[in-house]
Design a protein around this ligand. Structure first.
Ligand SMILES: Cc1cc2nc3c(=O)[nH]c(=O)nc-3n(C[C@H](O)[C@H](O)[C@H](O)COP(=O)(O)O)c2cc1C
Length: 209
């Protein structure tokens, strides 16, 4: 491990479970491998704008033809793509919002999904180009979706994350689920304690390699 990209996206600032645990995991990975660099992409402190006509127009024109705004937006995307490609480990913090991922994180995917850079269309279909990375997603939700039951199909965060990461070539994805905090079905300390244990196990595993 030499370069970690930490992507955080919860709008809940200091109250965020996913931001706290994802940051902790990235820092623990870094501490276990001296010389590791963490690049932080805080999508709340520095939100990416929704993609729009200027961005798309910029993508489909060559460098000299772009307006200043188009060029700025393409530069934003290029930088996000460079950060992603430079990382061998990606740690994402996401809290479920209205049964999906935070819109800030959706925007990030919209900027890093770039034909020819992070995916391409091969003869056999789409091929992700961000291969060989280890991805860890801390996914926090108030509801409990991973145990089945009537609300399980309402989770559009995990399937979307798996699809999008896979589309870009990232198949080695581990979810650290933190479900049910504040729900009252189980003491919050137990849920958070389990998540902390999971971080311990993941850090030990990285240390053992
Ligand atoms: C605006 C908003 C919408 C939410 N929508 C859902 C939801 O659809 N399903 C759910 O299980 N939890 C939902 N929650 C609860 C959050 O997923 C939960 O608080 C989680 O811990 C958020 O992640 P964070 O702690 O990293 O901010 C919502 C919270 C907020 C603030």
């Amino acid at each position: 491990m030499s370069s970690i990209l930490l992507v955080t996206s919860s709008p809940r600032a200091g109250a965020s479970i996913s931001t706290r645990l994802a940051t902790k995991l990235a820092e623990r990975f870094a501490a276990s491998r001296p010389g590791t660099k963490i690049t932080c992409r805080d999508l709340i402190a520095a939100p990416l704008p929704h993609i729009d006509g200027d961005f798309l127009g910029g993508l489909f024109s060559s460098e000299g033809e772009r307006s200043a705004l188009q060029q700025t937006l393409v530069d934003v995307s290029d930088q996000a793509v460079e950060e992603l490609l430079a990382a061998d480990t990606i740690v994402i913090g996401a809290g479920m919002i209205n049964f999906s991922i935070p819109s800030a994180l959706k925007s990030w995917f919209d900027y890093v999904a770039r034909a020819g850079k992070t995916f391409r269309y091969a003869e056999t279909g789409p091929e992700g180009l961000v291969k060989g990375r280890s991805v860890y997603v801390v996914l926090a939700s108030k509801g409990v979706y991973t145990k089945g039951g009537p609300i399980a199909p309402m989770d559009h965060a995990r399937p979307y994350l798996k699809t999008m990461l896979g589309f870009l070539g990232m198949d080695d994805v581990e979810f650290i689920d933190v479900e049910g905090v504040g729900l009252g079905l189980e003491p919050d300390e137990d849920i958070l304690g389990r998540a902390e244990n999971r971080l311990d196990l993941l850090t030990d595993r990285v240390l053992a390699v």
